[in-house]
Design a protein around this ligand. Structure first.
Ligand SMILES: NC(=O)c1ccc[n+]([C@@H]2O[C@H](COP(=O)([O-])OP(=O)(O)OC[C@H]3O[C@@H](n4cnc5c(N)ncnc54)[C@H](OP(=O)(O)O)[C@@H]3O)[C@@H](O)[C@H]2O)c1
Length: 233
């Protein structure tokens, strides 16, 4: 069987790590990153018991780091999947738009909107025929939740970038995927001081992502947990 390789950003915890664990158990080669090098090393060590893993600490907003990720993809013989999962919420608690510090907003856009496109640009030559791109989005991209104007608008722009990338590249599968609310650090930052233990674990959103990575669904927008129900029914 041909070796499959995925590049997952933000795979030191949360949804990225849950997806990395699932792909590792299917023997996909993994290229992973996060800013925090200790958590990334812990993830690498765990995943390396199952598969080949290249872990590169760094910030997706950094061009040199993106070049390193693309270089690793080349060294591994190309990518079957690029998952732009790394994302930041912005200030916690989230400020209303009229009070939103614009320098903080710029960082949110750089991480959540520009970096995913920039990484696809950097790795474009490494995408194997029929490769899948997943850009992880949110219902906050469309719903007018008070306080979610910074993060939500960054994801709205990401969604439309993804939509048009799909139209411009019919030979690729380009997905924008809402994983749904999950019990992760980002969710805790969004609801500081609240008990978020009622939210589903990120593992519950992984089967839907696997369906997009290995199935035959057309480019488009998907809700990860709704895809699981399609499989069941
Ligand atoms: N949690 C939810 O309820 C929810 C709902 C809808 C959508 N989402 C989306 O789901 C995805 C995963 O979120 P999550 O909840 O799993 O978040 P999380 O627990 O905060 O994990 C985020 C991961 O991304 C990394 N990361 C963040 N900024 C980065 C950067 N600039 N460069 C490189 N790595 C970076 C983090 O590590 P470092 O901090 O060490 O860099 C971590 O590994 C995100 O795209 C998020 O927007 C989440």
């Amino acid at each position: 069987m041909e070796q499959k390789t995925a590049l997952i950003t933000g795979a030191s915890r949360g949804l990225g790590l849950a997806l990395a664990r699932a792909l590792a158990s299917e023997a996909w080669t993994l290229i992973i990153d996060s800013r925090g090098s200790e958590d990334l090393e812990a993830a690498r060590a765990e995943l390396a018991a199952l598969t080949s893993v290249v872990a590169i600490p760094g910030d997706v907003r950094n061009e040199e780091h993106r070049r390193e990720l693309a270089g690793a993809a080349r060294d591994e013989g190309g990518l079957d999947a690029l998952i732009n999962n790394a994302s930041i919420l912005g200030p916690s608690p989230q400020p209303a738009l009229l009070d939103y510090p614009l320098d903080a907003l710029e960082e949110v856009y750089r991480a959540n909107t520009l970096a995913p496109l920039a990484l696809i640009q950097a790795a474009r030559s490494e995408l194997k025929p029929g490769a899948r791109i997943i850009n992880v989005t949110s219902d906050a991209a469309a719903e007018p939740y008070e306080g979610w104007g910074g993060y939500g608008s960054s994801k709205a722009a990401l969604e439309q970038l993804t939509n048009i990338l799909a139209a411009e590249n019919p030979d690729l599968r380009v997905y924008r995927v809402d994983p749904g609310d999950m019990c992760t650090r980002m969710q805790q930052e969004a609801f500081p001081g609240e008990d978020i233990s009622d939210r589903p674990l990120p593992e519950e959103s992984v089967p839907g992502l696997l369906e997009l990575l290995t199935g035959d669904l057309p480019s488009g927008r998907y809700e990860a947990r709704a895809l699981i129900h399609i499989n069941e029914g």
